[in-house]
Design a protein around this ligand. Structure first.
Ligand code: ZN
Ligand code: ZN
Length: 280
């Protein structure tokens, strides 16, 4: 599998591969979990994955769905799952029917409507939870969680023998702890941030921040359902994430220019945890 497009980035103990540029392309994969957030126009690094979480139906995020399905059919892969806002399922199915007609091939696919607070189990100890975002069309954000069984706090001071004795008597000594590893926004206005309590607690917050300076006003960013750095800066103290990764930056900024704007505008103590996703 070629991974020639996109860049790799690591955080929350995971490796990501992808790229994001406003209005052009957004697709961020987590290959080890066989999943991706959005698919852009479809790239080689996406073709073997099993679970796709589509934030919304704009072409820079979702145009790749037919291409991925066609490539999967060609390589005889099992049916993949595409999670998406409910209103996208029917038109996207219609698009697939047209491609079936063009290509004279029947595709096997699962388009699954997802609503805020839905919980989608993945392999072993991971699952994805949906949160609401606010854009010009129906949109979802997604959080990848890890659930781990841990010794319940009331037993932590006991010896190994005591704990196994309690467990032998049939008492549950472990508690499941759910950790939000990564939240991904797709396109959204700033209000997503406080829509669910776990978002600001995600180890990595991968969020759109399309505009960075006065060349676009906050009002203009909001009018197009996007986010401006002016809105994010005052809310930084509320965000507990180890890393805030900015995606979907406008193409008016080169990465170098965007970095220098961030360096001059962010409070000094925040500069270390806020990064631009390297693939654009
Ligand atoms: Zn977009
Ligand atoms: Zn959009």
């Amino acid at each position: 599998m070629s991974v020639s497009a996109g860049e790799t980035w690591s955080g929350a103990g995971l490796k990501f591969h992808g790229l994001s540029l406003s209005g052009v392309r957004t697709a961020i994969a987590i290959p080890e979990l066989s999943m991706a957030f959005d698919v852009a126009q479809g790239y080689p690094f996406l073709l073997n994955l099993k679970n796709f979480f589509i934030s919304h139906g704009h072409l820079d995020h979702a145009a790749g769905i037919p291409y991925i399905l066609s490539q999967k059919a060609m390589t005889r892969q099992p049916r993949a799952k595409f999670y998406m806002p409910p209103s996208l399922v029917e038109p996207m199915t219609r698009i697939m029917r047209v491609w079936e007609e063009i290509e004279r091939h029947q595709y096997d696919f699962d388009f699954i409507a997802t609503n805020p607070d839905d919980s989608i189990p993945l392999a072993d100890r991971h699952f994805v939870k949906v949160f609401p975002t606010l854009h010009r069309i129906d949109s979802n954000g997604y959080t990848l969680f890890e659930s781990k069984k841990k010794l319940a706090p009331e037993y932590r001071n006991l010896s190994r023998e005591q704990i196994s004795e309690i467990a032998r008597q049939g008492t549950e000594v472990t508690k499941t702890e759910e950790t939000p590893l990564v939240s991904f926004t797709g396109d959204t206005q700033i209000e997503f941030l406080e829509s669910r309590p776990w978002i600001v607690k995600s180890k990595v917050l991968m969020m759109e921040c399309t505009y960075l300076d006065e060349r676009k006003s906050v009002a203009n960013a909001r009018e197009w359902g996007h986010l401006h750095l002016d809105e994010l800066i005052p809310l930084l103290p509320k965000i507990e994430s180890e890393k805030i990764v900015l995606i979907h930056l406008s193409s008016r900024y080169s990465t170098r220019e965007a970095q220098s704007i961030l360096d001059s505008r962010l409070p000094a103590h925040e500069r270390g945890r806020i990064e631009i996703y390297p693939g654009r």
